[in-house]
Design a protein around this ligand. Sequence first.
Ligand code: BDR
Ligand code: CA
Length: 311
Amino acid sequence: MPETIPSIILDCDPGHDDALAIVVAARHTNLLGITTVSGNAPIESTTYNALVMKDLLGLDVPVHKGAMCPLVAEPQYATYVHGESGLDGADLPAPTSTIDSENAVEYIIDTCRATEGIWLVPTGPLTNIAMALRLAPDVGHRIAGISLMGGGTFGNRTTSAEFNIWVDPEAADIVYKYGGPLIMAGLHVTHQFRATQPRIDVVKAMPGQLASVLGDLMQFFTNMYMSRHHGMDGGAVHDPLAILVLTHPHLFTRKNAHVVIELTGTHTRGMTVIDERDLREVKDGNCDVLMTVNAQEAFDVMTQAIKYFSH
Ligand code: BDR
Ligand code: CA
């Protein structure tokens, strides 16, 4: 059972693992709204995919379309993992829902001003969140915190940079400096949470349309990962961990550390530089860096959430 029921806004770029994050959020949080961002695919596609998930789950939550490009950098997509659509690999039912607005940033600001104590959960590039914090600095004081998927002690898009941070490092810089509670699910923990074949088969064996679609999506995602890596036994299901740490914190270990974003390095732009030195001179931590996850238990929580919605 979840330990707490946080109120959240999920800011995402679906994306296979974002789609799974939506399922976990729908089951275990008070999901106030979904905002979309350009990332795994162009904004039109990530927004379409969010609407697909909303309808598949039968959710009554608003979907607000967000930034079409990063603050400074040119847009970049992750077709090499998620396919051209951002959600390749399954027959997706066309959504009947439509977006509630084209202004995710305004929605985030208004909602955080109307209700104190919301968690912002970004699982894509941090463009929308950074814009909200810049346009309305009071939002940073009104929220419970930010729990994000991004960064890590190693990279995936480059040697040192993880995709979400690498796409919009200037936005990440704003978020990491915002001054309130910050939790980071980086690659070193998300790579522990893999969709292995036995775990995918559990989902495929479940009845209902949702499980069938998600089983196909997980299979595509894992096949892509296994074809691109030497020794991975399944796709790293990154994004649900940013939710699960809020709802099932006992499944994680963490370490508070000072983390900054590299903006200018020739080989390191977009890196999350985590200060792990045991020295008194080290600055106070600004981020809870997740270190380990109980992967099997966390996967069981996610699988049960799929089952809950799959009829
Ligand atoms: C992150 O990048 C995207 O491809 C995934 O959805 C995840 O948010 C992992 O680097
Ligand atoms: Ca994502």
